[in-house]
Design a protein around this ligand. Structure first.
Ligand SMILES: Cc1cc2nc3c(=O)[nH]c(=O)nc-3n(C[C@H](O)[C@H](O)[C@H](O)COP(=O)(O)O)c2cc1C
Length: 211
């Protein structure tokens, strides 16, 4: 009798865990969710000798981000509005499907094959910056592959790199190890990253980073 009870309780726990995972994943794999952020005007910032604006704390900062649906773009702009510096959107030659489910499938294929989609436009010169804020949406518990293509273009020796992401529930810590352990990133100094799904978390995080 006792054994049957244990089996029943064990079964319920397993079902609960599976159910929780399914509800969690189906939420963010079923459709896009838009975040709404208030934008506040940027503070005036001084420029360096090359004309690149310095951030609030005197550092030369680049906020680079990839965004498919606009959430990460909103966060990147918020960061840029608050601290100054330059902002750059990572774009690809290929166009990701507008349809959410089709995009999810496309991204799945890219993650599975560890693809490096070609980037479009002129890439910024990292030599002009001390600090790189690098942002992306979580795609299949990882950074989108265009972010890896972006990283491939640089040497990060001595650069401060601060990661941030938006997601449907996953956290940055599910994705940052790949980037932090990536060979090109070995010379970088990583600051505290942020899962930036809650607007109110951003300014305190920037303050902790010294901005
Ligand atoms: C292809 C794809 C894969 C996704 N994978 C995940 C995931 O693994 N975990 C998660 O929490 N959210 C996932 N999401 C949800 C996005 O991370 C989330 O909506 C994010 O804020 C979108 O940012 P964006 O609007 O800048 O593209 C995924 C969305 C897409 C389109």
């Amino acid at each position: 009798m006792k054994k049957k009870l244990y089996i029943l309780i064990g079964g319920l726990i397993v079902l609960g865990v599976i159910g929780g995972v399914l509800i969690h994943t189906s939420t963010f794999f079923s459709g896009r969710v838009s975040m709404t952020f208030d934008r506040k005007p940027a503070e005036a910032s001084a420029t360096d000798s090359l004309g690149h604006p310095k951030a609030k704390n005197g550092k030369k900062v680049l906020v680079a981000y990839f965004s498919w649906g606009g959430n990460t773009r909103k966060v990147a702009r918020h960061i840029h509005d608050r601290i100054g510096g330059d902002i750059y959107e990572i774009r690809t030659v290929k166009t990701y499907p507008d349809d959410y489910k089709a995009c999810v499938e496309d991204a799945k294929m890219e993650i599975e094959t560890n693809a490096r989609p070609e980037l479009s436009g002129n890439l910024p010169d990292l030599k002009n910056y001390d600090t790189l804020f690098l942002g992306y949406p979580v795609w299949w518990y990882a950074a989108p592959r265009p972010v890896m293509t972006f990283i491939d273009h640089y040497n990060f020796d001595g650069k401060e790199v601060i990661l941030f992401c938006t997601s449907g529930g996953s956290s940055l810590s599910e994705t940052d190890r790949e980037i932090m352990e990536y060979p090109a990133m070995q010379g970088a100094n990583f600051g505290e990253g942020l899962t930036a799904n809650i607007e109110g978390d951003i300014d305190p995080w920037l303050a902790r980073a010294g901005f």
